[in-house]
Design a protein around this ligand. Structure first.
Ligand code: FE
Ligand code: CA
Length: 520
């Protein structure tokens, strides 16, 4: 989709043409708010070489009905500058915050210079937001010597503090890839257990029960976004967000809920979840939800260095085989008709990879590709996580065959709440190396961790393609040059107490063309 957007044009919700400034019904009053309306922070997303999306949501009373806003559209001024004091404003305009979209605004800023940091902010009357920073991507095809970015996700609010985000905000990043589980829809049991079997108390609590209505989802996003560390990570760099399961419902795929809800009912919930997700993330208009569907597989080419393919492993996937979860390998894992990406997305990815547009192919997606034998104690033979690519042998092997000839594919993943690094080998992990995979841990999900999770020794012994595990919370820091891809596993010792420092647990790298992992 393309939209005529000029620097001076304001950008509102859909079909903004009828919403001229000063038109009846659009509030510009100075005394509109009972409190500062920018409590949920600012964000930037989907950078291109000439711009990015900037986002905010007006919510003077963020946990109250409608965020404390009147049911009326409100004009929001925005500006983008090349300096942090906004002396050199290079783009500005007015956007309409509509009550139908929780008074969120998504402005697609264009006309900026490539490969540069920019600063942005929003104003309503005399109220002014905090400042955000976002970099444009380098010009298409230009020679790029280095790119540095962060990888994060899985931020269960109840499980821990967002200390890792605070540290991430302090890295000088070109962008951040988010692999999903931005919110968790459930309400945890009163007492949880750690992986070592000990009881683990909540660090903080969700407001409300499991969320199902649009207002529930909005309030959950508001509760998460009130976190200052999360706001800092948004304000520090542009994100490429993608959803996984918990933005809607644990382990959903297509119209299939976790608990057997009828598909037509689940579709309604999914539509509300998608709307709330869109409302709270800096997405482009091309991702505007259409009922329960939302287009999040997309691509960004970073000069001649990185071809970034962002995948969607939920919306088009066939149902998890054999009733889902971690369990014994079963015959349906080898179902020849099974899909993870769905036919259209798989074709799209194949066409992108075929273009050989950059030195590296970065495949950013949600669930682990390595078909790990989980070595469950009560299972004889192979056990798998059936919600990962390990539950889908045929599409996984088909994808690895495609990666194999390229020798420059790096897969970045989340979901496991643990750090992994390994080789992606054909033939259920026994064949040729097709690519490497870095699985990022979680920001907070799972609570305080340890360097080694109980049982990991057995898993490592059973899966020779798995080269590294670490069970602390944190994020990945990737430094990519034409010769070398380096991934640092950045971890914090605890997320149950504030102010913990960040450490580098391990650094893994791949030389271009080698498909081989080495460790510092
Ligand atoms: Fe998660
Ligand atoms: Ca997940």
């Amino acid at each position: 989709m393309s939209f005529p957007v000029s620097r001076r044009a304001f950008v509102g919700g859909l079909g903004a043409s009828g919403l001229l400034l000063g038109a009846p019904g659009i509030l510009r009053a100075q005394q509109l708010f009972t409190a500062w309306p920018f409590t949920l922070g600012v964000a930037a997303g989907d950078p291109s070489s000439d711009g990015f999306v900037i986002w905010t949501r007006l919510a003077p009373d963020p946990l109250a009905e409608h965020g404390g806003m009147p049911i009326a559209p409100v004009a929001v001024e925005w500006e983008v500058a090349t300096d942090e004091r906004f002396r050199m404003v290079v783009a500005k305009g007015t956007a309409i915050a509509r009550p139908e979209l929780a008074h969120a605004v998504h402005v697609e800023v264009t006309g900026l210079r490539p490969g540069r940091p920019h600063f942005y902010r929003f104003m309503v009357g005399r109220e002014r937001s905090m400042r955000g920073r976002a970099k444009t991507l380098p010009a298409a095809g230009s020679t790029v010597g280095q790119v540095r970015f962060g990888v994060a996700g899985c931020q269960a609010y109840e499980d821990g503090l967002y200390t890792a985000y605070r540290h991430m905000a302090g890295e000088d990043l070109d962008f951040i890839y988010h692999y999903g589980d931005y919110i968790y829809e459930n309400r945890g049991a009163p007492v949880r257990f750690s992986y070592d079997g000990n009881p683990r108390p909540f660090v903080r609590q969700h407001i409300g029960q499991e969320i199902t209505s649009l207002d529930d989802y909005r309030r959950r996003y508001a509760q998460y976004k009130l976190d200052a560390d999360l706001q800092a990570a948004h304000a520090a760099a542009a994100w490429f967000p993608t959803f996984d399961d918990h933005e809607v419902d644990n382990n959903w795929v297509q119209d299939i809920a976790e608990d057997g809800t009828p598909p037509e009912v689940f579709r309604m919930r999914r539509a509300m979840a998608m709307q709330a997700y869109y409302e709270h993330m800096p997405f482009r208009r091309a991702s505007f939800p259409n009922g329960s569907a939302m287009q999040i597989h997309r691509r960004a080419v970073i000069g001649d260095l990185v071809d970034l393919h962002l995948l969607d492993t939920r919306q088009f996937r066939s149902d998890q085989p054999c009733g889902d979860s971690l369990k014994a390998w079963c015959k349906d894992v080898a179902d020849p008709k099974a899909q993870v990406l769905g036919e259209a997305q798989e074709k799209w990815l194949a066409a992108n990879l075929g273009q050989k547009a950059a030195r590296w192919n970065m495949v950013a997606q949600q669930v682990m590709m390595m078909p790990l034998d989980r070595k469950l104690e009560d299972v004889e033979g192979v056990s798998r996580n059936l919600d990962s690519w390990g539950g889908y042998d045929v599409p996984r092997e088909r994808l690895f065959e495609r990666f194999k000839g390229l020798r420059n594919v790096v897969v970045l993943t989340g979901d496991e709440h643990q750090n992994y690094a390994g080789e992606l080998r054909t033939r259920n992990g026994t064949g040729d190396v097709a690519a490497v995979e870095f699985v990022a841990t979680s920001i907070s999900s799972g609570g305080d961790g340890a360097d080694h999770r109980a049982g990991n020794d057995r898993i490592e012994a059973a899966n020779p393609f798995l080269k590294y595990t670490n069970d602390r919370r944190g994020y990945l820091l990737c430094d990519v040059t034409p010769q070398r891809w380096q991934t640092a596993f950045r971890t914090v010792e605890k997320v149950s107490v504030p102010g913990m420092p960040v450490n580098t647990a391990r650094i893994a790298s791949v030389e271009h063309g080698s498909n081989a992992l080495s460790f510092d």
